[in-house]
Design a protein around this ligand. Sequence first.
Ligand code: ATP
Length: 543
Amino acid sequence: MTARAFASPDKGLEKASVDPQVLDWAQCLAAMPAARHLVESTTPKALRERLIALLCQGPGLVWANCLYLDGSGRWLGLDGSDAQFDCSDFGHPYAHVIRSGKSLSLSVRDARARLDCPAFQAQVAALDGQLRLQVRPLRAANGARTWLGALALVGESESVRALAHDEGLAALEALTCQLWHRLTQQQGERQRSQVLKDSLAKLNEGARRQALAERLAGDLLGGSAAMQLLRKQMVRAAETNLAVLVQGETGTGKDRVARAIHGASQRAQGPFMAINCAAIPETLLESELFGHEKGAFSGADQARDGLISQADGGTLFLDEIGDMPMALQAKLLRVLESGRYRPLGASEERRADLRLIAATHQPLRERIQEKRFRADLYYRLGQFPLQVPTLAERRDDIALLTDAFIADFCSREARPPMGITPAALRQLKARHYPGNVRELKNLIDYACAMTPSGGDIEAYALPGEQAPLGEALADGAPVVGEAALALTDDVIDLRQTLREVEAAIIRQRLQRFDGNRTQAAESLGLPKRTLAHKCRLLELDSK
Ligand SMILES: Nc1ncnc2c1ncn2[C@@H]1O[C@H](COP(=O)(O)OP(=O)(O)OP(=O)(O)O)[C@@H](O)[C@H]1O
């Protein structure tokens, strides 16, 4: 390309009434395709590539490059290359033009001799020393004259010298800068709106998960940190199809966890099939799970679908997986890995699309050591492991669970609402629960049954830890004694505590004798008048 390639037409052709920029129709029309090609660029990078291709088409130039200033304003980069030019390194010509805002022109030989930046030297290494290099700063024509980058052109000496005054090139450069600036702004806006969209999506995602976790709180009660964490993990598990292994002591709520994950998952509309591996004889377990063909074994009069087939499209819950026989464990592993199973007596395999949730209170790692559980199955089952906390690890939840279980009892038994005295609640909180939530629930059911309609559960209505449930109130005295003992750790006001214990005993006796004070006093070895006095003091008259 020669300078003429960019040159504006002869000034003599300019007409007074015509925009001074539009000088010659023929030349304008000839330049149109190239301009349109640039205008159609959708990114600054595409624009630079088109510009370079355009420049290199013209005679006289052997090399053209367009550098861009990065977001920090400290570096100039090259499309499709890792090379970076520090704007404060005057070992290359680009820093000079960016600093001065003016074009720079020198021979390639001089450039090699005077500029020592290795990246720049690599650029010009293959060029003939006779050629000339011109570097032109590129700035947007906006008010701030924002820096965009630099244009580097190499060609025959004469051609390059002429470029300095080439109005055609200046016009092409101006158009490029205008488009570049606009595309950069659009790109920035697109990026900003994408960031906004992403963060909104994240917020929505977070809100959705939070709402789901709160919904789970209706099934799986507990406001303790341990339960909140568990519910969050359950939401994550529900979002996937991974096998879930729920571990935890007996009565902690593993069954509830499994059902809640199913209910929160995309399979919620599908079946939830559950089986307790410990409750089914070994010989039956296989056919229960895999199903069988007619005549597969004696007594198999009809073909029957197993739980794996019935759980298709839903969830299969294997409770007490630790009790599954080794031979069956191998078959289960195959189902998990291939999604295929073979009913007993069937000649062909079938497919099942199910999510498996397994639960156990057994320490499976120990069972592996004892060679009673397959390690490969353990790892396959535990794609998403969940540990359900014991009640002891979340004593804070006892009050909430208690209220819920009382309300549940009253609704089941059609009783009026019932409460619990602070002393009884303190005792509940102080107890040891080897049976975890199930034990607490049973205990509350019992205490509710022992409390008169509309009354509050008193400490004495709670069975003693050592006493079998059924005997708890058969003889009031020992129970109250134990209740009082269980309270000792919590006692902060001895007199108040003694009053509460005394009141509980008297109230209990009055209930037992249908309010007959004479009989109650006799049974407690007290004169009737003393009991009456105590009732007044303890404000038991109105109850
Ligand atoms: N977080 C909870 N909220 C409400 N009820 C619960 C909770 N956890 C457990 N329960 C209740 O406790 C009882 C035992 O729960 P579940 O059967 O789920 O425990 P589990 O860990 O599966 O017991 P096991 O190991 O003995 O099979 C059930 O009545 C259940 O409703």
